[in-house]
Design a protein around this ligand. Sequence first.
Ligand SMILES: NC(=O)c1ccc[n+]([C@@H]2O[C@H](COP(=O)([O-])OP(=O)(O)OC[C@H]3O[C@@H](n4cnc5c(N)ncnc54)[C@H](OP(=O)(O)O)[C@@H]3O)[C@@H](O)[C@H]2O)c1
Length: 417
Amino acid sequence: MSTDTLSREPTKLEPVTLKRKFTEDERSNSSSDSDSDSKVESKKRRVSPEDGITETELHLVENDTDDLQTALVIKSFEEPFSVDEKYPVPDLGEHEVLIENKFIGLNPIDWKGKKYRFGVYSFPWIQGRESSGVVKKVGSKVANLATGDEVFIASTSYRDLRTSTFQQYSIFDSRLVWKLPKNVSLKEGAGVGVGLVTASSVMEELNVNIFENEDFDKEQYISPEDRDSILIWGGSSGVGSYVIQLAKVAGFKKIISVSSLKHEKFLKDIGATHILDRFKELDELKKELHEILPNGLQIGIDVVGKQTSDHVIHFLNLGDNNNDSTKTFVGVVSMPSKDLDSELLKNIEVKQVLIKKFHENVKHGENLVRVTHDLLDSGKIVSQKNLKLYSGFEGIISGLEDLEKYGASNEKYVVEL
Ligand SMILES: NC(=O)c1ccc[n+]([C@@H]2O[C@H](COP(=O)([O-])OP(=O)(O)OC[C@H]3O[C@@H](n4cnc5c(N)ncnc54)[C@H](OP(=O)(O)O)[C@@H]3O)[C@@H](O)[C@H]2O)c1
């Protein structure tokens, strides 16, 4: 706020920093960690003439550059994304940091949510689930980060718009922020978070406990010596590539990806032991898999969709199903079809990935960040180096259009702000 503005209208500026209480719906979907409750209380909203503020006062508010930033907003489902240069900078809670986003990673959900009208709960709405940038402010209880630190984030608390990344500044719980690891550039860091958290959640569902969680199911725990075979349908995707790498870290002996053969070198470099050509017929793939695993497949992950989830269930039925071995399916995108022969599902535990545990259970999220940070730092897992770059807020719009039109073929769409 400029001193010039203050000297002209000192008394009338008080009402302009309007605070509002979150609705119950918003509160229940933002962090459940009680320490961070204060942050949701103080969220600002745009003021308007309906608030009883005169046009002159409104003009003064809208020229308060310290409080305002540029954001890419959805005003309604019918309208295209639009650039708003006067969107409020979010308020900071005691455990939180204010991050100036330098690069933003694009995800399919960013365009799908708007087009298919899901995951957007009010207007104006801000999309964007990941970014990298620089810490600009820290809350009073922040111990692990300081201003100037280079970081990246994965926003899984998508109803808390302060964490969305299609804006200049995002707020994030400092305990869930990665300091930029040695082997990851700021540009690459923007596209790591969502894939890494999702893949980590897959490993959680498998109960291999590489994240040192206290609440894992000991009865179901797959011990290191029993980590035998895992198949990922769609290993060349962002999520799939981290699942492969974490499976390697966990010590799985056979890691099989169903992918285009053009990605074979990449997939083998990151840990896949076998690649099956995704364009072959299911029966042919079953034969090939049976040759690799005569005793059957232990774990199947699908990162693509319903039909391929069904295929993975077929794979899990290969070999000897009469033994006691645990068979698990994890769906990242979809569950198997309802009309799939129930006999095929008899010996299989079917699980779905839920990434919101990352922010809802801060201790869990903290462990995840610490372990994966060290894995990236030591080079045991690597970030996607193949980036498709765009620039500025308009670049987000064209990036999303291209992502919808062409998809990402073992590459990450990143926008430099
Ligand atoms: N459950 C969750 O919380 C959660 C979280 C994050 C993401 N997701 C979802 O997970 C999916 C993957 O996301 P992402 O960002 O990682 O994807 P991505 O990087 O955009 O995935 C693209 C890759 O998938 C491969 N692919 C496409 N169709 C395939 C098929 N039929 N068989 C094998 N591979 C195939 C493509 O292969 P080619 O190069 O050969 O074309 C490409 O390499 C998306 O649907 C996303 O919405 C879910």
